[in-house]
Structure formats: structure tokens, C-alpha cells
Design a protein around this ligand. Structure first.
Ligand code: APR
Length: 311
């Protein structure tokens, strides 16, 4: 049986375990700093397995030794942004947490593939790759599957067509400057731009850009977790089943799209080796301009990280 360790057993971490257990893909370990919490959630979930008929071992722990021999490490540990906290404060706090999670887990699982979810996402993936000195295949940031799923969900609501017929690609950095590629998105092969009037499509794109904020405003405390964790589960499944599934992921750029030395949302082929290949779309001038603007924003956060982390 494969083994997956999830660092951070909060909302996204425990829901990731839930989606993964249902798929019966791997034994699961939940790690968190809060005493008893990952153990309690792990045991509770384990007791659900007879009901749903899945043979999955699930354990919780407060130390990294329990993660030994993992095929995949999912990092969701982190602090949410609190009132009065700047983005840089959040960056420093989460860099500390993610940095420790990355280096400690590597000691026990030297061959693991990392899937990173903690925000600021692209920069936390960059930190994981640099600190652990991993080849780029083995570090994947989750952002694009979620952003694209939001766009797909809104298109489905607008058109009444099954979500399965709707393919959308939201690329770029995971932030306000994300790049919804409407030209490459379609409903059963019909381009989105032909399927929907421009004003409707524009409203949907705007709602997608602010998708995370919409949920935060509704929840008041905490941020989205069902869709982000479902996205992680899809990435993990594509890897473990060696599917060569193309998904929008945050990947380390080495010249693709004219970008270097940053994590950025692009379509990537996922298989047993991890992020096996970046797919390059031909972009028109407008799309390229949006890409470059988004890349500049990500680069800025990477630079801020370099000032505080030893990478
Ligand atoms: N080691 C392990 N776990 C930690 C550590 C640490 N050093 N520091 C904090 N944690 C745990 C917290 O105890 C908490 O249980 O990380 C968990 C985070 O869970 P939540 O607060 O519920 O946050 P969640 O909604 O899961 O989001 C986590 O994912 O989507 C992103 O923006 C989101 O960066 C955030 C992250």
C-alpha cells in the first residue's frame, strides 16, 4: 500500500485525508502540532472505514517519525492571515512552519513527492524545493486545479451543463493576478467565448478571481477547504496511478513561457515521477501580458522570502 503523510491536520489537511480515504489510494498519516487533535481525527476517520468499505490505515501524530517511508507528503500546515497581519508577516510565519515540515519529512522519506497547499502557495512550493534541494519533478503546488474548478463550477451554474463537459484552465500565480484562459476553455469542445455572452463570461471570470475571498467573507473564520482539498486529492491520485493527467499546477519554471526560477501555475503532466512535463500553450499578446504581470507578482513574494529564509 502506498503511504501519504499530510502535514497540518486542520480544515484542508483533514478534508484531504477524507477525500483520499474514500479513494482507497494509500495509508494515511496526519501530523499536527496540536496535541491529540491529529490522533483524534485519524482514529475517527479510521472508524469510518468499515462503513464505507475501504481498507485504509489512518493514524495521527505530533511528530515526524510517523511519516517514515511516505510516497507523498502533502503540506497544509500554516497560519491563516489574521486581522492586522500583513502579507509579509504571514509569509514569515508560514515559511517557518513549511520549512520545518519540508526538511523534517525529507529525513524520513527521502524519495517523497511534495504537494504543497499552504499560502502564499507558489512561494511555499519554492521554499520546499530550495530547502530540500529536490529536482523539480518532486514539488508541486496546488492552486490551478482549484481556481479552474471554481471557473468550471460557475460556468456550470450559468449554462446548466454538466461540470464534466466543462474544461477550464486558470493559470498564473495563485493570487489576484491569476490568469483565466478563456480562449482555451470550453463546454464540450465549444469555446467558452462562443458559448457565453461577453458580459456573462466577464462576470464569471471576475467571480473566479475573487473565489477565495468570497468564501472567506461567508465563513468569517477560516478559508475554503472542501475544494482545495479535493484538488490535492486529484493531484495525488494522478501521481500514484501514473495517469499522465494534465492539470493546472504550480510548477518550477526553467525557461517555459519565458519564465525562470519561480513557481507558477501552468498545465503540467502528472505521473508517478511527479510533475513530469510542463505543457506550453501558445499565448496571444494579451494573454502573455497577463502572464507576465502575474509572474512579476509571484517573483516579488519569492524575493521577500529570500530576504528571510536561508535558501
Ligand atoms: N506543524 C504542523 N502543523 C502545524 C504547524 C506546524 N509547525 N503549525 C500550524 N500547524 C497546523 C495548525 O495547528 C492547524 O491545525 O496547521 C493547521 C492549519 O489548519 P487550519 O488552520 O484549519 O487552516 P486550513 O484551512 O487547513 O489552511 C491551511 O492551506 O489553503 C491553505 O491558505 C490556506 O495556508 C492555509 C493552509
Amino acid at each position: 500500500m502506498n503511504k501519504i503523510s499530510i502535514i497540518g491536520a486542520g480544515m484542508t489537511g483533514s478534508t484531504t485525508a477524507h477525500w483520499l480515504a474514500e479513494r482507497e489510494l494509500a495509508d494515511l498519516v496526519l501530523v499536527d502540532v496540536v496535541e491529540g487533535m491529529p490522533q483524534g481525527k485519524g482514529l475517527d476517520m479510521l472508524e469510518a472505514m468499515p462503513i464505507i468499505g475501504r481498507d485504509v490505515e489512518i493514524v495521527g501524530a505530533n511528530d515526524y517519525a510517523a511519516t517514515k517511508g511516505s510516497d507523498i507528503i502533502v503540506i497544509t500546515a500554516g497560519l491563516p492571515r489574521k486581522p492586522g497581519m500583513s502579507r509579509d508577516d504571514l509569509l514569515a510565519a508560514n515559511a517557518d512552519i513549511v520549512g520545518k515540515a519540508a526538511t523534517e519529512t525529507l529525513k524520513y522519506s527521502p524519495d517523497a513527492i511534495y504537494v504543497v497547499l499552504t499560502n502564499p502557495l507558489d512561494t511555499m512550493a519554492y521554499l520546499t524545493l530550495k530547502l530540500n534541494k529536490l529536482p523539480r519533478e518532486r514539488v508541486i503546488g496546488q492552486a490551478g486545479v482549484l481556481d479552474s474548478a471554481r471557473l468550471r463550477a460557475f460556468v456550470a451554474l450559468e449554462t446548466g451543463v454538466s461540470v464534466e463537459n466543462i474544461q477550464c484552465y486558470v493559470l498564473g500565480g495563485h493570487g489576484d493576478e491569476m490568469v483565466p484562459l478563456t480562449r482555451h476553455s470550453n463546454v464540450a469542445g465549444v469555446p467558452l467565448r462562443e458559448y457565453l455572452p461577453a458580459d456573462k463570461l466577464d462576470a464569471i471570470v471576475q467571480r473566479t478571481r475573487k473565489g477565495g475571498g468570497e468564501i472567506v467573507n461567508l465563513l468569517k473564520t477560516g478559508s475554503a477547504f472542501y475544494a482545495p482539498s479535493a484538488a490535492v486529492a486529484q493531484i495525488v491520485e494522478a501521481i500514484l496511478k501514473d495517469k499522465h493527467l494534465i492539470l493546472p499546477c504550480s510548477a518550477y519554471m526553467q525557461g517555459e513561457y519565458g519564465l525562470k526560477d519561480l513557481f507558477f501555475g501552468v498545465p503540467a503532466v502528472l505521473g508517478r515521477k511527479g510533475m513530469e512535463k510542463i505543457v506550453e500553450y501558445e499565448l496571444d499578446a494579451d494573454e502573455k501580458a497577463l502572464f507576465d504581470k502575474s509572474a512579476a507578482a509571484v517573483k516579488e513574494t519569492h524575493e521577500a522570502l529570500k530576504k528571510i529564509a536561508k535558501i
